[in-house]
Design a protein around this ligand. Structure first.
Ligand code: SAM
Length: 278
């Protein structure tokens, strides 16, 4: 086994720019140049990146529609000794992008997996948002259908951590409406648009003001968005958690009810338990 692994290749997980090619790191460029194969979400997109940096490494498509079939194929190449770099269209692979299956399979096979870190829209956005960032919750994309999206938002409503959402260009209006209605339009939020690109815009206001600001100008509706929303205020979270606790206490012991309410609402169990004893 050791002998086989000694000859096995390495899987490199390589972050690429989210708009500005100057953000490509030296290490990312040299890794893509040196590996035997680049597994790319979209070979045309990565082809443009590679030609910009004069990289001529062979590529194979690896995306959400073929990852089940392609994972064993890539694993086989790694086991036979080829080095493979995984890239997505932009930013860090696996972050709302394909790659999890391959990384998990490589780790299960005890192969070496090396991160080549770099741009990520969520991290770039929170680093300039001016919202609490000691703890944050990365939600990524919400469901496309409004009903399921609202259900998911209900679950996040009492969370005290800053929430980070990705959104596709076509849905941001409906999404902002649901954010306002479920989380509350008065919450502070940041819209980070076209990060690292020519028309980069970082707009900080209440959710409702952001919604109106976007609706007021078609130019503001174009491009790629990260939306960050401040977490629930402590009192707001506690009030909802106590309501959940009351309901659960009708069926469960105080300890069980507090434990479950803490899981549902994100409010610490001890605080809930004490409130129950008050
Ligand atoms: N893996 C990527 C990363 O590391 O950020 C994210 C890929 S996800 C499929 C694409 C989403 O990321 C977009 O819909 C948008 O929400 C966000 N995004 C990507 N690039 C962005 C940019 N330059 N400015 C703002 N948001 C961006």
């Amino acid at each position: 086994m050791d002998d086989v692994r000694g000859k096995a290749g390495t899987l490199y997980v390589v972050a690429t720019p989210i708009g500005n090619l100057a953000d490509m790191s030296h290490r990312a460029t040299s890794t893509l140049q040196c590996v035997d194969l680049i597994a790319a979400e979209d070979t045309r997109q990565t082809g443009r990146l590679c030609s910009h940096f004069s990289i001529d490494t062979p590529m194979a498509a690896y995306h959400e529609h073929n990852e089940v079939q392609q994972t064993p194929v890539l694993l086989d190449r790694l086991l036979k000794g080829d080095d493979v770099a995984l890239v997505s269209d932009a930013g860090s692979p696996l972050i709302s992008d394909p790659g999890y299956r391959l990384v998990a399979a490589a780790r299960d096979a005890l192969l070496t997996v090396v991160p080549i870190p770099g741009p990520c829209a969520a991290i770039a956005a929170i680093s300039v948002a001016g919202l609490a960032c000691h703890h944050f919750h990365f939600e990524g994309f919400l469901p496309g259908k409004s009903g399921t999206r609202r259900n998911r938002l209900q679950k996040l409503r009492a969370m005290p951590d800053t929430l980070i959402f990705y959104e596709s260009i076509h849905r941001h209006e409906d999404m902002l409406q649901d954010l306002c209605e479920v989380l509350g339009g008065e919450r502070r939020a940041v819209l980070a648009r076209e990060l690292t690109k020519l028309h980069e815009t970082i707009y900080r206001n209440t959710l409702q003001e952001i919604r109106e600001w976007v609706a007021a100008n078609p130019h503001r509706q174009k491009g790629e968005f990260v939306i960050l929303v401040e977490g629930a205020a402590e009192g707001e979270a506690d009030a909802r958690a106590e309501h959940v606790l009351e309901l659960l206490s009708e069926q469960l012991s105080p300890g069980q009810a507090a434990e479950l309410a803490a899981k549902i609402t994100g409010v610490p169990r001890n605080r809930l338990y004490k409130s129950k004893l008050r």
